[in-house]
Ligand binder design. Structure first.
Ligand SMILES: [Zn+2]
Length: 270
């Protein structure tokens, strides 16, 4: 376990990796970028448990279980433990509501999954100031969490990122890929849709500034946003559902292996 950087409130952002061969490509698994979706962090930790027993993978694995540690902290514990200026600022961001359980942003009130440099100017929310959700930031990549995740991703030979959110049992993969990459990424999305029973949905007309968007647009790699959990539940998502969620992701390492095959197959014709 190492760190990729620090959050606004100087908390470590951890990553755990398992290297099977220095020469292999990497899959990057992220969770907890949205504060209230912290159950995705528990999900990522369960995946890490499964990773322990994997002995022969043809790719290396990096997991960042909690991209937004401040946000999760705020959504779970509220803001009373912080100093007065931080508490006052967060209350202002949250419209003076002391219930933070639906908070999605980081400690600056920036929605980290809108802060990436991918059609950032083309905003799909109406929040133009720090907010509990949907504020893109004053500049693209302005947040330390965004920068840390981008730098880490660029530092490895990544062929796929899997980004876990809640909720809706959906998979998003498209972001203005060229035709060839679109087919490749769709094929990969279908692999995960088949084994989880989740639905593939197009979001490129309603999404910008996301980490998935940035991976696709800037790195040219496939990247999936995977919305865990049945839509019938409300946020904060019940922890008791984690068990049910896990049953749909038993094949994750096989699905990643298939994705690598698809990635390599398409690369041959580059
Ligand atoms: Zn989310």
């Amino acid at each position: 376990m190492e760190t990729i950087g620090k959050s606004v409130l100087e908390q470590d952002i951890f990553f755990v990796s398992k290297v099977f061969d220095e020469k292999f490509k990497w899959v990057l698994i992220t969770a907890g970028i949205h504060a209230r979706e912290h159950l995705s962090c528990d999900f990522a930790c369960e995946i890490l448990q499964k990773l322990k027993s994997q002995t022969n993978l043809k790719y290396n694995v990096a997991v960042i279980p909690l991209v937004n540690p401040d946000g999760a902290d705020i959504a779970i514990h509220g803001v009373s433990k912080f100093n007065k200026s931080t508490t006052d600022n967060l209350l202002k961001i949250n419209n003076n509501n002391s219930d933070f359980s639906l908070f999605k942003a980081n400690a600056n009130g920036v929605d980290l999954n809108n802060n990436f440099d991918a059609n950032w100017k083309n905003k799909f929310t109406k929040n133009f100031a720090p907010s509990s959700q949907g504020f893109y930031g004053f500049l693209p990549m302005s947040e330390p969490e965004t920068q840390a995740l981008a730098n880490f991703t660029k530092s490895k030979d990544v062929f796929l990122t899997l980004n876990y959110h809640l909720k809706g049992e959906e998979i998003y993969f498209d972001f203005f890929q060229n035709e060839k990459h679109y087919k490749r990424d769709q094929k990969i999305a279908k692999t995960f849709a088949k084994s989880t029973g989740y639905t593939i949905k197009s979001t490129q007309k309603t999404s910008s500034g996301g980490f998935k968007d940035w991976c696709v647009a800037k790195l040219g790699i496939p990247s999936l946003t995977i919305e865990l959990g049945n839509d019938k539940f409300s946020h904060p998502f019940p922890k008791s559902e984690l068990k049910n969620i896990m049953t749909k992701h038993e094949n994750i390492f096989d699905d990643i292996a298939k994705s690598l095959e698809i990635f390599e197959e398409y690369k041959k014709t580059d």
